[in-house]
Every structure is written in structure tokens, then in C-alpha cells.
Write a new protein. Structure first.
Length: 336
């Protein structure tokens, strides 16, 4: 299994020197309707390695949704050694896909970010267990051994605080990001993403009980789109175009997930992606991206109420932020 994408809640800010932001990556020419027109080259910094987690972006790129906005968008993969924030703050990427806790940490150290849209309407953090010894609600956690990275202790403590559970009654066992300790009986449950370790077990024919933390008060925006104040002020049209194309890509993904899966596998043959794992991951991810808000207003939507819930959860994680960390105005323009 891959390393824990959320294993370290902090990140080195040495690469986030708040120097003057670079301009666009330069114009390009693209054929549209038989005529060449200028395209602005921009980069979207992904939060992790290539996979169906970003299937909507692949569709936006492949189907020309961004070209119709006058943009030539390159997709820069992330990973354990490629944090999102540095390329965005330096201007190497116009937009990054991050999460509210990462963005709050960066802003606390001086980074000029705003959250523009929220792809994951429900945070994917979950507690995975086996049916013989299930964790179905937070009340089942006391007396259990939970395998997790120690860096995620604030997450566990926040879940406990939200549900009136004494965290001292839970035995934390430091583990790698792998289902093996659970299957070997070394722990009773795992702190993980609902879209990866439970999926890996399911593909192997192992049933897991997955308790989504978002269903128990853990409100934290994930797969969020961030940009700098400078970009919002000087490159607003490009940001709106990128968000509009991204929204169309995810709409297309929902309409035809099989096509999105096929494109992901075809576009990244060297990424080591297993078709069965990717198919199930996408099947479990898409419901997390849909809510009454997105059905009513469109992809990525958030409200003052969801922001307030995020602020409360962030406070439990030790991050004090204000509502102006979020800026919905560009998303409103993108949805017309």
C-alpha cells in the first residue's frame, strides 16, 4: 500500500517564501472551430499521485472543456514529496487541490490563500474495522486499538470531542498506511480514507465496516481548490474558466464513470493503477462529492453554514481561521 497521504498534517514552509508571484506560463495556440486562437497555459497542482481521484480533471482536459475557456491546463501530480502549497504560492501553478486543514496551516505561516471550491462535500476520513469486531459509531471506539499515523492524533481527538468520547480510552497503535495490521489482528480498526484501504480490502474479497467520520460531525472540507490573493486579483478570468471546466469534467464523470475510468487508465499507463481498485475507488468517491448543495447550485458549492462547521472542526484541530479564508465569488461566476 502507498504511504499515508494525510500522514503529516504540517509541511515545510521553506519552499513557501512569499516572493513575487510569477505570471502566466505563457500563451499557446490551439485549434478551435478550424481557427487558431490564443490559449493561456496554466497549471493545476493535484494533491496526490495520478488516479481516479482526479478523473473529472482528466475529462476536462481530454474533452477540451478548458480549451473552450481559452486555457491550456497542465495537471501536475502531487505525492508524498510534492506538497500542493509551494507551487501555488510561487505561481508555478494557478490553482492547487488541497484541504482546509492544510490551507489553514499554510495561512497561519503567512501564505495568501483562499479556498474557491470544495469537491468533497463529505470528508473521506473513516474508521475501518472488520465485521467480527466492528466500529460503527464513535461510541464503539473506547477499548479498541486503532492503527494510525501519530501525526493524525488531532483528527482522532477532534472526532472524540465532537461526540463526547474520552480519547484516553482508545489505544493508539502507530502503523504504516496499510490494512495488514488490521487483518493480522494487531489492531481493531484503522484511521484511513474511505476510498483507499477499505477499497483495497474489498478488491481482495475482504469485507470491511467503514464508519465515515463526516457522518459523525467531522466537518472538514477536502479536495478543495485554492489560489492566492494575487491570482484572484489579477487572473480572475482564468480562475473562473478553470473552475468552469473542472465542474464540467466532474459532471461528465458522474454521467459516465466508465468513460472516466477508461480515460484514467489509458492516460496514465505507468502509474501502476489496477482497474478493479480504480473502479471501486471512483464508485465510492463520487457519492462523497454530491450533496443537496451541489444538486441545487453546482459542483464545488459551499455556504456560510458549511464554512462555520469547518471553522468549528478546524478549531478542534488547533487551527483558528476566519470565514474569509473561503471565497465563493469565483465559483458563482463559473456557474453563471
Amino acid at each position: 500500500m502507498r504511504v499515508n497521504r494525510r500522514g503529516v498534517l504540517g509541511f515545510g514552509m521553506g519552499g513557501l517564501a512569499l516572493r513575487g508571484l510569477m505570471g502566466g506560463l505563457g500563451p499557446a495556440l490551439a485549434l478551435s472551430g478550424g481557427a487558431a486562437r490564443a490559449q493561456t497555459a496554466v497549471a493545476l497542482q493535484l494533491s496526490w499521485l495520478h488516479s481516479v481521484q482526479f478523473a473529472g480533471s482528466y475529462l476536462a482536459q481530454a474533452r477540451g472543456y478548458w480549451r473552450e475557456e481559452g486555457l491550456e491546463v497542465s495537471l501536475q501530480p502531487g505525492g508524498p514529496n510534492a506538497p500542493v502549497e509551494p507551487p501555488v504560492v510561487s505561481g508555478q501553478a494557478l490553482v492547487g487541490i488541497s484541504a482546509a486543514d492544510y490551507t489553514a496551516a499554510a495561512v497561519a505561516q503567512g501564505a495568501p490563500f483562499r479556498i474557491l471550491a470544495v469537491a468533497m462535500q463529505k470528508n473521506p476520513f473513516a474508521i475501518a474495522s472488520l465485521p467480527a469486531n466492528p466500529v460503527r459509531t464513535p461510541a464503539d471506539l473506547p477499548g479498541k486499538r486503532i492503527g494510525m499515523a501519530l501525526a493524525n492524533m488531532p483528527v482522532l481527538k477532534a472526532l472524540c470531542a465532537l461526540n463526547g468520547i474520552d480519547a484516553a480510552g482508545i489505544e493508539v497503535v502507530p502503523t504504516q498506511y496499510d490494512a495488514a495490521p488490521l487483518l493480522a489482528g494487531q489492531v481493531d480498526c484503522l484511521l484511513c480514507w474511505a476510498t483507499d484501504l477499505p477499497v483495497a480490502m474489498a478488491v481482495r474479497g475482504i469485507e470491511a465496516v467503514t464508519m465515515l467520520m463526516a457522518d459523525h460531525g467531522y466537518a472538514l472540507h477536502s479536495q478543495t481548490y485554492i489560489a492566492t490573493d494575487e491570482a484572484i486579483a489579477s487572473r480572475r478570468a482564468e480562475l473562473v474558466g478553470l473552475l468552469r471546466g473542472e465542474a464540467r469534467g466532474w459532471q461528465a464523470c458522474r454521467a459516465d464513470p466508465d468513460a472516466a475510468l477508461a480515460l484514467t487508465l489509458e492516460s496514465h499507463p505507468d502509474a501502476g493503477l489496477e482497474a478493479a481498485v480504480q473502479a471501486l475507488q471512483l464508485d465510492r468517491q463520487l457519492p462523497l462529492m454530491v450533496s443537496d448543495l451541489t444538486e441545487a447550485h453546482g459542483f464545488g458549492w459551499f455556504t456560510d453554514e458549511t464554512v462555520a462547521a469547518n471553522i468549528r472542526t478546524l478549531a478542534l484541530l488547533g487551527r483558528e481561521v476566519s470565514p474569509d479564508l473561503w471565497d465563493r465569488s469565483l465559483l458563482e461566476e463559473a456557474h453563471g
